[in-house]
Design a protein around this ligand. Sequence first.
Ligand code: CO
Length: 425
Amino acid sequence: MEKIHALRAFLDKAHSVYHAVALVQEALEAAGYACLSEADAWELKAGGKYYLIRNGSAILAFRVPKDTPKGFLITASHADRPCFKVKENGVLAGAYTRLAVERYGGALLAPWLDRPLSVAGRVLVETERGIESRLVDVDRDLLLMPNVAIHMNRSANEGYKWNPATDTIPLLGNKETANFWKELERLAGGKILGHDLYLYLRQKASVWGMENEFISAQAIDDLECVWGCLQGFLHAQETANIPVLCIFDSEEVGSSSYQGAASDMLESAIARICTALGVDKSRQLAGSFLISADNAHAQHPNHPEYADPANAPVMNGGVVIKFNANQRYTTDGLSCAIFRKICEKANVPVQTYCNRADIAGGSTLGNVSLSQVAVPSVDIGLAQLAMHSCYETAGVKDAAYLEAAITAYYSAELALLGGGAVSVN
Ligand code: CO
């Protein structure tokens, strides 16, 4: 239960991708990790603990083993979530004042309506030192996207098509309200030259159910995995491997950004670590492994027909290994066997997920990361409902299972024995 309270506190503070990354940074700093700049030369010490940040919205941490490293044990997860981004010149005047927003990623639209919302993200302000990035969070009930009454929209319960140019434009105030940017500048403490601001739901995380078995919150996809990977990374025992924690941005919009999984962030860090430690990159990669951790669909209580009949995970049933014959998930027999073995040793139950053969499903970070750094890889996640709703639901036990599995992974000694055999100790 303690673990779920810590996750809940994290979810309640991570109001944007920038805030999520800042919270991870805080945890790393508290554990003695040193910040590296990609612009500096890296001098890495045996036993050293380091991290780097790109764009304030992606973070990569690693530890240097005391002895010659045998390879990288990597996890990848993402800190962004489908939501709405505030447009430039975001205030719309009319009979009321509204905030102009556009969709970020593939959100389910209907859950956003009739709920108090607010704005968080980062702004670029002018200072004496130059342009500075600052986190801002309005942190009060500020906006709401009002539904149209059923009397005016009789088809609302019959498969209504939500239009993001009209239906999901939030109300900010009465006609005379024009203080949005003034308030933002006050919070930021300077003149705003640029911004990346997103809407978030004001509703806090909730633990609920007959036995308190469920947790609902915004951005469970994928902050639940971010949290599990971070905890596992921090609590693992030292081995001869280099543990690497990667938390990317931009997964919900295809990963192609400076700070996304399709960027050179991981590849560049690996190359620089190898150079700094004087080890051969190709040989290190040959002894490496990647876990791509992004949530999976739980079988829906009212719609079991959407699940594959034989591979339909449930909430609180354990960590989910995801399979797709066309490699949208990177898991294959070998990576599945390695991950299963790790979970078995950690007493963590595993479940399996495949799409129903006639449902396409989504893709995730694994195959994108592999286009930069080619190593054996498994796609996993935790079973959840209502993926890409602004209020998603998962199992309380599963967060602890993931933490235990990732701790065991980073604590493991993986060795390639030739002929395709691998030992997991
Ligand atoms: Co995701």
